[in-house]
Design a protein around this ligand. Sequence first.
Ligand code: ATP
Ligand code: MG
Length: 418
Amino acid sequence: MPAVYPVGLPSENVDDDAVKVVRRLRRYGYEAYLVGGGVRDLLIGRRPKDFDVATSARPSEVRRLFRNCRVIGRRFRLAHILFGGGKIIEVATFRRDPAQKFHATRCRTYPEGSRTDLPRPQRLAPVHSTSDEDDLLIRNDNVFGLPHEDAIRRDFTINGLFYDFHRSEVIDFVGGMQDLRQKTIRTIGDPDVRFREDPVRILRAIKFSARLDFGIAPDVYDAMVDFRGELGRAARPRLLEELYRLMRGGAAHRSIYLAWNIGVLAELLPEVASFLDDDAPGSDLTWKRLMAIDARHRRDALPSDAVLLTALLLGPLEEAIEGARDPSAAYEDFMEEVAFRLALPRRSKDRIRLLVTSQRRLRQGKVGALTRREFFADAATLHAIDTEAKGETPPDWALHPTVVEEKKRPRRRRRRRR
Ligand code: ATP
Ligand code: MG
């Protein structure tokens, strides 16, 4: 049986619309809980970024209940309930890990329109098929399931909690409450298995540990070290997105430090890792740039993704360019590999080039014509981060960059010959 904890959540952080969605689903006889990061953040007194709801209702049933609903996703269908100000409450039907053979044979999925009662005894560790022991990578994540199955398919215990608004209770199938209290990141089930199933979870563990300032359980930490090589098997766009998330969460310095220590940075960005390993001149500046990014996050002035990534790459990139006979070719060599490994879109790659090449001029205070370029704000922000990292005060134009509208030249009209 799950552990049930009576807990009132601080109402100032709870989203009224999320509560409305849950209430309406319940009124129509479905089971519905607030789940995932929203519950975790509320329980530790943080304001959640987003609110996710898990329910026994199928996406089509959710759509029938909410006028402001859009069903998205082809492989796994999710309902998005839209509210004012661009707010979206994501409603997902309880799902299970398709590899859970044990559950596949023992448990029914919900027939359309039915509702369930509170979960029954369950096994914590997902049971996997052993026929293909080496290949655990999840490719199909689209099977409806029961609440406890939905909880145990999640990544970490602190992310596996359900909150029942109706009863003001936390339903804990995975031991998440204890780990929240002990500030510990722990996988649900065997960490070796869970990281091999989805290596991106290694980055997520780093993100949560750094952002929440939580420790990582020793066996989980060991598995992160052991299976960091599996990151190469993950979908590259997901790696890029998680790398951005590591840098956006207000703990860029701690995240990259942890990633470097665990050997994960050497998988994602070996050029940055070895630059830091060697304590190369300027490597301390890389760490300080990350601190400057975190300071901006605290001031609610988080830079764009392009600036974040360039700030991380700048040290080794400038080192590669400086000594080179052909700086442009050196730049291309460096970036080509980075772009491939992280599936960096062409436009991000171009942007990074502009940001890097403009730094020299900005350092000399040659702002001039750059203010008319569309990338000026990003270039100036990177310059500000760089200056702050050096312990200096950035110039005003870098702190409050404004792009001057380029005057459009009147188009010459061709005269038609009579
Ligand atoms: P954040 O505050 O960064 O949004 P989050 O925990 O809400 O953190 P999301 O990426 O929004 O993270 O995912 C929502 C929930 O989905 C998680 O809390 C977790 O329960 C589950 N989840 C997300 N990614 C995975 C994954 N790779 N494997 C298993 N479960 C996952
Ligand atoms: Mg979230």
